[in-house]
Design a protein around this ligand. Structure first.
Ligand code: PLP
Length: 435
């Protein structure tokens, strides 16, 4: 039989990737009858009051003449569903005073695919006449979302700046953008064509401050490049933000990525991009080629809820308190069970994750992951979230970050008994594996 061979695109994207290895392993069943503590993965919690809100909206669609048949029986335009785009533009422009209209909103099948489109629109080979230049996407703060790491079609097009960290009282710390390193990098490299941050950050629960965002935005303007801000956990929905000082920001240099996933609709795959008109047009054109159109159901259900303000009210009064309580409780269990160890937790400012640092862990967290898995506890080892060191040595290799192999990402969305027991086992194994 002949060997199936793939293009460079295929070889790069279908080969080995960190996220594939991780998802593969996460999906492998644990031994039968072993209790499991699922603190890995990125699934949001199912919140009954939120599911009820969507169920009621779906019932309205079903009861309204041919609306259901129309929703499931027609493609929307590649840019998205007109009524939904209008609802999003109108809500955001009224709420935040942003000068946007429907021409500034594009819908994709989840914000993950929006990132894939954007990253490849703004990195890789640019040809001007006979001159070809390879341009790069820069992540101003690692550790950063693992789901970005392998999205470039061409290789060697992502670079990153290691964070610096501020120790805080009570076994807590916070990451900040290392602006000296970032600014020097930008001054010395004219091949950076976009920057991207997640805010709140998956994996750490960090929320870049308003000051940091305005400084990043000023750099984007100075170098005339887009700043992609991934707001999958942010304001105004799903509002999984527990800190002040996290104002949503948009201007013509910012590409704001939003999603309906973390407010309870992950399976309906609805990503929302707010950007200047040329970028929105490009995304619509790309979506036509790659997907024809995006799925309609999430847009049909959420559109009226955005228009009436119910979605944002639910985010503020149900989703945020739900996660805040869980996050605070989990931090409490970490501090209780890890007491006496040399550990710290990233300040829990948002997202559905906590980031646990064990300074004196004797084994790398990739190995610790297997030790925990044997006891039924699933987590994500920290190494995966460090990627993109430049190959010219202008910043240290990612492995040199003092937290590189000492952190775990913990999803705290599961029921409290499961999370507490999982943390207890992590602490037991940590104390067994200290230097
Ligand atoms: N961005 C971040 C930071 C995420 O954590 C995720 C999912 O976990 C996504 C984007 C993608 O979400 P979706 O494609 O479901 O909108």
């Amino acid at each position: 039989m002949s060997l199936t061979r793939f293009s460079d695109f295929g070889t790069k994207l279908c080969g080995h990737s960190g996220i594939l290895q991780l998802m593969d392993d996460l999906g492998k069943p644990l031994p039968k009858d072993m209790p499991s503590y699922q603190l890995g993965g990125g699934n949001p919690a199912q919140i009954p009051a939120i599911a009820a809100m969507y169920r009621a909206q779906m019932e309205k669609i079903l009861a309204n003449g041919t609306e259901f048949d129309d929703v499931i029986g027609r493609y929307d335009a590649p840019q998205g569903r007109t009524a939904f785009i209008e609802a999003v533009a109108s809500y955001l422009s009224h709420e935040y005073g942003w000068n946007i209209g429907p021409e500034n909103v594009a819908i994709t099948n989840g914000s993950q695919s929006a990132c894939f489109y954007l990253f490849n629109l703004f990195s890789g080979t640019y040809t001007n006449g006979k001159k070809a230049t390879k341009k790069k996407l820069l992540f101003p703060l690692v550790p950063e979302y693992i789901g970005y790491a392998d999205q470039g079609i061409e290789s060697g097009t992502f670079v990153s700046i290691p964070s610096h960290f501020e120790p805080l009282a009570d076994n807590t710390f916070k990451y900040h953008v290392h602006f000296d390193l970032l600014e020097t990098y930008l001054q010395k490299h004219d091949d950076v064509s976009a920057m991207c941050v997640s805010r709140p950050t998956n994996p750490t629960g960090n929320v870049l401050t308003d000051k940091e965002i305005s400084r990043l935005s000023a750099l984007a303007e100075q170098y005339d490049i887009p700043l992609i801000v991934d707001n999958a956990y942010g304001l105004p929905w799903p509002d999984i933000i527990f800190t002040e000082n996290a104002t949503p920001t948009w201007n013509e240099h910012i590409v704001l990525s939003m999603s309906l996933s973390k407010i309870g609709l992950p399976s309906l795959r609805t990503g929302i991009i707010i950007a200047k008109k040329e970028i929105v047009t490009a995304l619509g054109n790309l979506n036509a080629i790659a997907a024809l159109a995006s799925g309609s159901l999430g847009q049909a259900i959420a559109g009226p809820l955005i228009k009436s303000g119910e979605l944002v009210r639910a985010a503020k009064t149900i989703v945020r308190p739900f996660y805040q309580e869980k996050s605070d409780a989990t931090v409490g269990w970490i501090k209780k069970y890890c007491a006496g160890g040399d550990f710290a937790v990233h300040k829990n400012e948002g997202s559905i994750f906590l980031w646990l640092l064990m300074n004196d862990l004797a084994v790398p967290t990739k190995e610790f992951y297997h030790i925990l898995k044997k006891r039924g506890v699933i987590v994500v080892p920290g190494e995966y979230f460090f990627f993109g060191a430049p190959d010219d040595g202008s910043t240290p290799p990612v492995e040199a970050h003092p937290h590189y192999d000492k952190c775990l990402r913990l999803n705290y969305a599961r029921p409290p008994e499961e999370v507490e027991q999982g943390i207890k086992i992590i602490a037991e194994e940590y104390f067994r594996h200290r230097k």
